[in-house]
Design a protein around this ligand. Structure first.
Ligand code: CUA
Length: 339
């Protein structure tokens, strides 16, 4: 009797704990069940279908287990009942029912895949994963309108945007849960993915494939804004870096080239033409530094320039040595002026 009660309690606790864990995962900026746009809605529908079906199966298993424990008519000396009646339980419950359920999941999943290519995109952005940041190229097929950025994708609301995913080193995975499912960014392969945001706002994303020590610090942000706002933003990004009138900023610009920042970074309209690291032409218009590691603020920028590896160990940007405090401030002032 005691053993039976313990088993029944275990079954009850399993049901309660699984409900709590399920409820705990249902909020936050990366919550995928209340997304925006058709691709996200499709994934949410599929998730609910699988969740409810799985929940129903789980409930049936718990109930039949509880019933079996309560009846408990067998004694330890009994041999298993393998008569026709006993075997039919195994065939129906262990083969036919799971087969039908898996078939239903397969069919519904197929219906949720590969629908994106039907819609014509308004905007195409090439997204290349790097350890540990995202290189963005807008309008990669149109040399008159193309420009580079990093980690922060601006898109117009209500329009289909095509992202061409690839990688410059190892396999990454692009995942903005409130807009679309995750898709790998693979070296030498271009994966086509579409996103549409129904409402203006900021959509957070992450790299979802372990890609090295700073995998967790490889954030991606999608900024959805009205078409008018987007076009104003795009026109600003197409311009060269604004050459500053004040002498301090000009000295900062000269130092940027002299201190070798220009070997890796590009600032369009200046002598800085490096292509390996993030394009900094309008870096100060972005919200964060180092793919989401620090907010875009003067102090954070100065700290990052002085010693990026101390903030993001493993990052390719080296610690800058041989510069005085005032020279570092000058560099930070210049980079912070690149709006
Ligand atoms: Cu890139 Cu994980």
């Amino acid at each position: 009797m005691n053993r039976r009660m313990t088993l029944l309690k275990t079954v009850g606790w399993l049901a309660i704990m699984s409900s709590i864990m399920l409820a705990a995962g249902c909020s936050g900026p990366l919550e995928m069940l209340s997304g925006s746009g058709e691709p996200a809605a499709r994934i949410a529908r599929l998730t609910w279908f699988m969740l409810l079906l799985g929940g129903a199966v789980y409930a049936v298993v718990l109930i039949t287990t509880a019933v079996a424990i309560r009846r408990n008519r067998a004694t330890p000396d009994d041999t298993p009942d393998l008569t026709r009646h006993g075997i039919s339980w195994i065939i129906i419950g262990g083969v036919i029912l799971p087969g039908l359920i898996l078939l239903a999941v397969f069919i519904v999943s197929l219906g949720a895949m590969n629908r994106d290519e039907r819609t014509q995109p308004t905007l195409t952005v090439s997204v290349v994963g790097h350890q540990w940041w995202w290189k963005l190229q807008y309008h990669p097929d149109d040399s008159t309108r193309t420009f580079y950025s990093a980690n922060e994708i601006h898109i117009p609301v209500g329009r289909t945007v095509r992202l061409l995913l690839s990688s410059g080193d190892v396999i990454h995975s692009f995942w903005v849960p409130t807009l679309q499912g995750k898709l790998d960014a693979i070296p030498g392969v271009i994966n086509d993915i579409r996103i549409t945001a129904d409402t203006a706002g900021i959509y957070r994303g992450v790299c979802a494939e372990f890609c090295g020590t700073q995998h967790a610090n490889m954030a991606i942000t999608v900024v959805a804004e009205s078409l008018e706002d987007y076009l104003v933003w795009e026109a600003g990004q197409l311009e060269n870096a604004h050459s500053s009138a004040d002498s301090t900023s000009r000295a900062g610009q000269r130092l940027f080239v002299a201190a070798n920042c220009a070997a890796c970074h590009r600032v369009r309209g200046t002598d800085a033409n490096g292509a390996d690291a993030p394009d900094l032409t309008h870096v100060a218009s972005r919200m964060s530094i180092g793919a989401g590691v620090l907010p875009m603020q003067p102090g954070a920028l100065a700290g990052w320039i002085a010693n990026a590896p101390a903030i993001k160990p493993g990052v390719l940007m080296p610690r800058i040595s041989g510069l005085s405090g005032s020279e570092l401030r000058l560099l930070a002032l210049y980079v912070g002026s690149l709006k």
